[in-house]
Design a binder for this molecule. Structure first.
Ligand SMILES: Nc1nc2c(ncn2[C@@H]2O[C@H](COP(=O)(O)OP(=O)(O)OP(=O)(O)O)[C@@H](O)[C@H]2O)c(=O)[nH]1
Ligand SMILES: [Mg+2]
Length: 665
C-alpha cells in the first residue's frame, strides 16, 4: 500500500513542520515575555493535538463478507501470505485492533470473554492491564505470526447458562436456539477484544485497523456502535457480490454505519466480484454485471455510486503475492486503495489544520493588540515629552498633574475588570454545575434504580428514555448559561470600546452542540437496537442494561469533555482584556513616574525621550517578528504536504534579551 504509506509520510512531515513552527512561535512569545498563561495553555493543547497521530480505519460487515481478507490484501500482502485468519463461516470472533505502540514489544493482548459477566466496558478494562492476557508475537517468522493471529478466531464451548450470563445467548431468541448443541453447549468467542501490537510500517505511522466480527458481536458489544466505529476516520462497509445486500447486511449497516451520523467517511466495498468472472462471458458483459450490482448496492444503501467499490480481495491478495499485474488490475483493489488514501489523510489534515490555524490566529491577534496598546502609549508619551522640550518648570508640573490624574482615572477600568471577573465566576459555576459528574451520577443512579424495579417492558423503555431526556437537558441548561456568559463578555468589551476606543476580538464562538449531538447519537443507536422490540425477555433486558452501561460510560466521557472544554473557553475570555488593562496601567504609572523624575531633575528630558524612542523601535520590531512567526506557522499549516521546500526565513531567536525589556516602559 505504497500510496497510503507515502500519503502518511507526507502528512507526518507536514504535521512535524507545523508543530515545529508552533513551538517556534511559543518560544518566541515566551522569550519576549508576551506569553500569557492562558495562551500558553492553548498553544500546548494545539501541540498535543498535533502529537496525537492515530488514524483509525474500521472494517464492518456481516460475517464472511471478506473483511479480514480485505485487510490482508490491502495491508499485509508483503508478508507473502494471509496474516489475519480468513475462512468460510464465522472466523474473526472478537473485535480486533491492529496498531503499534512502540512502548510495548510486538504482542497480542486479549481480554477474556468472562469479563462480560462483570461490570465495565472494554474501555474501562483497557485501563486495567492485569485483566488482559498477553501473547508475544515473533515478527521475524511469518509462520509464527500466522499462528499468533489465530487467536482472534479462538472459541470456547460453554453451557447455555454461561453464555447467557455473558449476554451472548437468549433462549427466547429462535435464531440463537439452533446454536445450542445436544449437550446444551454453545460455542462462543474466547476473547472479548484483541489488540495486536505489531510494527508494520503503516501502523508505526499511526494507522489503526479495526477488524470486527459479524452482526452478533456488533449487537452484543455496544461499544462498537457507540464509540469505536463512530470515532473511526474511515469506515469500510463490506458486502459480497455472491450474496448481494441481504437483510442481515442491512441490519449491520443500520446498526453501526447508519448510527454514526454524517456518512462522508463511509464507503461500501462490494467484495468477491471474482464470482462474476465467467469464462463464457465477454469482459464487457462482466463489467456490465459488476456495474449493475454497484448501482443496486448504491440504491439500497443510499450511497453515491462513486462510493461503492467493487473488488476481489482474495484475487487482489493472490495478485500481490504472485506479482501478477493483470490479476491485480482485475481485482480492482488499487482503486479502493486510492479512495482510502483520499478519504483518510486529507480529512484528518483538514481538521488538524483548521484547529491549529484558529489557535495561531487568535493568539497572534491578542498579542498584536497588546503590542499595539504599548506602541500607542509610547507614541503618546513621546509626543508629550517632545512638546515639553524648551518649556518651563510649570509646564512640567502641569503635565505631571495630568499624568497622575489619568493614572488615577484609569483605576476605574481595573475595577470594571475585577467586577467582570466576579460575575463571570458566578455564571461559569452555573454553567459547570450541570456538567459535573455528580449531576450525571444522580441521573444514572435514578435510571438504574428504575430499570431494576420495573416489571413491564414499557416502564423499562420509559426509564431509558427519561435518562436520555434528562441528560440532554443538563447539557442544554449549561449551553444556555454559556450564551449568557458570551453576552456578558461582549458587554464588557463594548464598554471598553466606548470608554477607551479599544477594539477587542469577540469571544471564540463556543457551544455544547457537538456533545449534545453525541448524546443524541447514543440514543439513536439505542433506538435502532431495541426500539422495534415490543416485548422484552429478561435476557433482552440484561442486554439493554449492558448497552446502558456503555451509554453511561459514553455519557461520562461526553460530560468530562464538555466540562473541560467549557472551562477552557471560560478561562480564555477575560485575559485578552486583562492584558490590555495591565499594559495600559503599567504605562500610565511609568509615565507619571518619569515626568516626576524629570520635574525633580533626576532624569533629563532628552535621555527619557531617547529611551522611549528605543522602546518604540523595539515594540515595532516585536510586531514585525510576531508577523513573521505567526506567518511561518500559518504557512506550515496551509502547505499541502511537507514535500514543498521550507521558506528560507531566519527563525532563530535573538541570543540576548531585547533592549526594550531592559528599558522600563
Ligand atoms: N471468491 C472470493 N472469496 C473471498 C473473497 N474475499 C474473501 N473470500 C472468502 O470469504 C470467506 C470469508 O472471508 P473472511 O475474510 O474470513 O470474512 P470476514 O468478513 O472477515 O468474516 P468474519 O471474520 O467471520 O466476520 C473466506 O473463505 C475467504 O476466502 C473474494 O474476494 N473472493
Ligand atoms: Mg474476519
Amino acid at each position: 500500500m505504497a500510496q497510503l504509506a507515502s500519503s502518511f509520510q507526507e502528512y507526518s512531515a507536514w504535521r512535524d513542520a507545523l508543530a515545529n513552527s508552533v513551538v517556534q512561535l511559543r518560544r518566541w512569545l515566551e522569550h519576549t515575555q508576551l506569553l500569557e498563561g492562558d495562551a500558553a495553555r492553548r498553544l500546548d493543547v494545539a501541540l498535543d493535538r498535533l502529537g496525537e497521530d492515530k488514524l483509525v480505519i474500521a472494517f464492518v460487515a456481516e460475517f464472511s463478507r471478506g473483511k479480514s481478507e480485505l485487510i490482508n490484501a490491502i495491508f499485509f500482502a508483503d508478508y507473502g501470505r494471509r496474516i489475519l485468519p480468513s475462512s468460510a463461516g464465522r472466523t474473526t470472533m472478537c473485535p480486533t485492533e491492529l496498531m503499534y505502540d512502540e512502548s510495548l514489544p510486538p504482542c497480542i493482548r486479549a481480554l477474556p470473554i468472562e469479563t462480560r459477566a462483570r461490570f465495565g466496558t472494554t474501555a474501562d478494562f483497557k485501563k486495567a492491564t492485569a485483566e488482559w492476557r498477553v501473547f508475544p508475537v515473533d515478527t521475524d517468522s511469518p509462520d509464527g505470526m500466522l499462528q499468533a493471529f489465530k487467536l482472534v478466531a479462538e472459541t470456547v464451548r460453554v453451557s447455555a447458562d454461561e453464555a447467557r450470563m455473558y449476554g451472548l445467548y437468549d433462549p427466547e431468541d429462535k435464531d440463537q436456539a439452533v446454536a445450542v448443541d445436544k449437550q446444551g453447549m454453545i460455542e462462543i468467542s474466547r476473547w472479548r477484544h484483541a489488540v495486536i501490537n505489531f510494527p508494520h510500517p503503516l501502523l508505526k505511522q499511526g494507522l489503526v485497523i479495526l477488524d470486527t466480527p459479524g452482526l452478533n458481536a456488533i449487537g452484543t458489544e455496544p461499544e462498537l456502535t457507540l464509540s469505536l466505529v463512530p470515532s473511526s476516520h474511515a469506515v469500510l462497509f463490506v458486502l459480497a457480490a455472491d450474496t448481494g445486500v441481504t437483510k442481515s447486511d442491512l441490519d449491520v449497516w443500520r446498526h453501526i454505519v447508519g448510527d454514526s451520523g454524517g456518512a462522508s467517511n463511509h464507503i461500501a466495498v462490494l467484495n468477491k466480484i471474482d464470482g462474476l468472472w465467467d469464462a463464457l462471458k465477454s469482459e464487457a458483459e462482466i463489467e456490465a454485471e459488476v456495474n449493475k450490482q454497484v448501482r443496486s448496492v448504491s440504491g439500497t444503501l443510499g450511497l453515491d455510486p462513486s462510493r461503492v467499490f467493487p473488488v476481489s480481495a482474495q484475487k487482489g491478495l493472490v495478485a500481490k503475492v504472485t506479482d501478477d499485474q493483470r490479476l491485480l488490475r482485475l481485482s480492482r483493489l488499487p482503486s479502493l486503495e486510492s479512495a482510502l488514501v483520499d478519504l483518510l489523510v486529507p480529512a484528518k489534515q483538514r481538521i488538524v489544520r483548521e484547529q491549529t490555524v484558529a489557535v495561531i490566529e487568535r493568539i497572534s491577534s491578542e498579542v498584536r493588540q497588546a503590542l499595539a496598546t504599548r506602541e500607542r502609549g509610547l507614541i503618546e508619551q513621546l509626543y508629550e515629552l517632545r512638546a515639553l522640550q524648551g518649556k518651563n518648570q510649570s509646564s512640567v508640573e502641569r503635565m505631571l498633574i495630568r499624568a497622575q490624574t489619568e493614572q488615577r482615572d484609569f483605576e476605574e477600568n481595573v475595577r470594571k475588570i475585577v467586577a467582570a471577573r466576579v460575575v463571570l465566576a458566578r455564571l461559569a459555576n452555573e454553567a459547570y454545575a450541570p456538567l459535573r459528574l455528580d449531576s450525571l451520577r444522580a441521573r444514572v443512579l435514578e435510571a438504574r434504580e428504575r430499570m431494576r424495579k420495573v416489571r413491564l417492558t414499557p416502564q423499562f423503555f420509559a426509564a431509558v428514555k427519561d435518562y436520555f431526556a434528562q441528560v440532554r437537558d443538563l447539557v442544554r441548561h449549561s449551553n444556555a448559561k454559556l450564551l449568557e456568559i458570551e453576552q456578558m463578555v461582549l458587554g464588557v468589551q463594548r464598554r471598553f470600546a466606548e470608554d477607551l476606543g479599544w477594539s477587542l476580538s469577540p469571544p471564540m464562538p463556543f457551544a455544547l452542540d457537538t456533545y449534545l449531538a453525541e448524546l443524541e447519537r447514543a440514543e439513536a443507536a439505542y433506538k435502532n437496537h431495541f426500539g422495534a422490540l415490543a416485548v422484552l425477555t429478561r435476557d433482552k433486558w440484561a442486554l439493554i442494561e449492558r448497552f446502558f452501561d456503555t451509554v453511561v460510560s459514553k455519557s461520562r466521557e461526553v460530560f468530562a469533555a464538555a466540562e473541560r472544554d467549557t472551562e477552557a473557553w471560560v478561562r480564555s475570555l477575560l485575559p485578552p482584556i486583562e492584558v490590555q488593562v495591565r499594559e495600559q496601567r503599567a504605562q500610565l504609572k511609568k509615565r507619571a513616574e518619569s515626568v516626576a523624575r524629570i520635574r525633580d531633575a533626576q532624569e533629563s528630558l532628552d535621555a527619557r525621550i531617547g529611551e522611549l524612542e528605543e522602546a518604540l523601535e523595539d515594540v515595532q520590531q516585536r510586531l514585525d517578528e510576531l508577523k513573521k512567526f505567526a506567518g511561518l506557522a500559518r504557512g506550515s499549516a496551509t502547505r499541502e504536504g511537507a514535500s514543498s521546500p521550507r521558506p528560507a526565513v531566519e527563525t532563530d531567536l535573538p541570543a540576548d534579551l531585547p533592549a526594550y525589556l531592559r528599558v522600563e516602559i
